[in-house]
Design a binder for this molecule. Structure first.
Ligand code: 5GP
Length: 189
């Protein structure tokens, strides 16, 4: 997506360890016009999939997910990173955080994810794919169907996208970063 690619090149910052900082327009300050355009593009790519629910993970997935949900006119469910003390009807899974370098438990209530749901997972970044695989685990526990996964930014050099596509998952990413070597952002054409 041209608009996003240009913004990444203009405002994105490389951090050591293959991290791209997009605090100027996605992860801290947000550009709602760009966010809406990105959501419309993701929704367009999954139109015809009969999606009944958007699933994301707090916190940075919520903004794009809610706008995709609005475009597709379906509810948006976010996995919580803090498991509530009332564990009843909670589905949980472990996710390794790439940016925080530790595992954490996330959960969703089975009241909101069930066998009739056809799910689109939406997140800001796809790196190694740990968050995505965790969400797939929750979807499978719920007996729901995964229709696809949509990301704003995929870092293809970390291999998550390849892993997911090899499992037959329909993955869409609006910008694909091939390398952040030497703190230079190289986008896939
Ligand atoms: P994965 O689970 O695919 O390894 O990493 C995806 C998650 O880690 C995303 O939910 C995102 O919040 C975070 N993440 C991974 N790489 C980056 C990055 O380069 N920049 C930012 N801001 N977040 C990232």
């Amino acid at each position: 997506m041209q608009q996003l690619s240009e913004r990444i090149l203009h405002d994105g910052k490389c951090l050591p360890g293959g991290i791209l900082k997009v605090d100027n327009f996605i992860n801290h300050q947000m550009d709602p016009m760009l966010m809406r355009a990105m959501a419309e593009e993701l929704a367009r790519r999954f139109v015809g999939h009969s999606i009944t629910k958007i699933l994301t993970i707090e916190a940075s997935g919520i903004a794009p997910a809610i706008l995709v949900g609005e475009c597709l006119k379906v509810p948006v469910l976010f996995a919580k990173k803090r498991v509530p003390s009332t564990l009843e009807r909670m589905l949980t899974t472990e996710i390794f955080s790439f940016t925080k370098e530790r595992s954490y438990t996330v959960c969703v209530s089975s009241d909101y994810l069930g066998a009739n749901d056809r799910v689109l997972f939406v997140d800001d970044f796809l790196a190694n794919g740990h968050a995505a695989i965790g969400m797939l685990d929750l979807i499978e526990q719920a007996g729901a169907t995964l229709e696809g996964m949509g990301f704003l930014i995929e870092k293809s050099f970390q291999g998550g996208g390849q892993k997911l596509r090899e499992r037959g998952i329909h993955v869409e990413s609006l910008a694909i970063i091939e390398s952040l070597d030497d703190c230079t952002i190289t986008l896939k054409e």
